[in-house]
Design a protein around this ligand. Structure first.
Ligand SMILES: Cc1cc2nc3c(=O)[nH]c(=O)nc-3n(C[C@H](O)[C@H](O)[C@H](O)COP(=O)(O)O)c2cc1C
Length: 207
C-alpha cells in the first residue's frame, strides 16, 4: 500500500463519523502510506461551466484548457493505489459535492470509452472502500427508505474501471447516541472483514 486517495464528501468534514473511522483505519492498517486528501466540501470544486460541457460533448483535445480541473482530479485518482470515499447519504443518493467530482472524473474518451458493447472503464482497478453515513436506515430489517446511492456509486466506479469495491454502511446516525454507537460497533467487524479481503491487510483496528 503506497498511496491512498481519501475523498471527503461530508459537510461535517473531519468531524463526520465516517471520516474519523476512515482515519483510524488508515492509521492502524497503513501507517506508512502516503495520504492524499481531497476535501470536496472544504475546497469545493468549481461548478461545471459551458466550456467543460462543450469540450466534453465535442472532440476537444485531452489537453484542452476546459479539462484542466477534470485532468487534475483524474490524475490524482490514477496516482493512488487505493481509494477511500467517505460520504453521507443525501436524499437517498450521493451528496452534490461527490456528484460534481463524478461529473469531472467520469469523462468520455479519458476515463471511459463508449463502445458498441457499452461504456468501458479506462482506469486501472484499485481496492476501493466506500464508507456511507446516513441518518436513517436503507438496508436490513429497519430499512424504511430507498437506496439510490450504493448501486449508483458502484456503477459509476465500475464505469471508470474500478471493480474491487467494498461498502461499509453507518446507518441510523440521526437516532441518538446509542444508535450512533451501534452503527460504529457494527461497522468495525465489517471493516475488519472487507479490508482483510480486499486490501490483503489483517492488522486489528482498535475499537
Ligand atoms: C441535505 C441532506 C439530505 C439528507 N438525506 C438523507 C437521506 O436521504 N437519508 C438518510 O438516511 N439521511 C439523510 N440525511 C441525514 C444524513 O445522512 C446524516 O445526518 C448523516 O449522519 C450525515 O453523515 P455525515 O456526518 O458524514 O455528513 C440527510 C442530511 C442532509 C443534510
Amino acid at each position: 500500500m503506497k498511496r491512498i486517495l481519501l475523498l471527503e464528501c461530508s459537510p461535517h468534514q473531519q468531524r463526520a463519523s465516517g471520516s474519523q473511522l476512515a482515519r483510524r483505519l488508515i492509521a492502524a492498517r497503513w501507517p506508512r502510506a502516503e495520504l492524499l486528501e481531497r476535501d470536496l466540501v472544504g475546497e469545493p470544486l468549481p461548478p461545471l461551466g459551458a466550456d467543460y460541457a462543450a469540450a466534453l460533448t465535442s472532440s476537444a483535445a485531452l489537453d484542452d484548457s476546459a479539462f484542466a480541473c477534470s485532468e487534475a482530479l483524474i490524475a490524482e485518482l490514477e496516482a493512488s493505489d487505493c481509494l477511500i470515499i467517505v460520504t453521507p447519504m443525501h436524499n437517498f443518493t450521493v451528496p452534490a459535492a461527490l456528484k460534481l467530482w463524478i461529473d469531472y472524473v467520469l469523462r468520455i474518451h479519458r476515463s471511459f470509452a463508449a463502445t458498441p458493447a457499452g461504456k468501458v472503464g479506462l482506469l486501472q482497478d484499485r481496492p476501493t472502500l466506500v464508507l456511507v453515513s446516513a441518518g436513517g436506515f436503507y438496508q436490513g430489517p429497519r430499512a424504511r427508505q430507498a437506496d439510490f446511492l450504493t448501486a449508483y456509486l458502484r456503477h459509476v466506479l465500475s464505469t471508470l474501471g474500478i471493480i474491487e469495491v467494498a461498502f461499509v454502511h453507518l446507518q441510523g446516525l440521526a437516532h441518538g447516541e446509542a444508535s450512533v454507537q451501534a452503527a460504529l460497533d457494527d461497522a468495525l467487524p465489517q471493516l475488519q472483514r472487507t479490508t482483510s479481503f480486499y486490501f490483503d491487510c489483517a492488522t486489528e483496528i482498535a475499537p
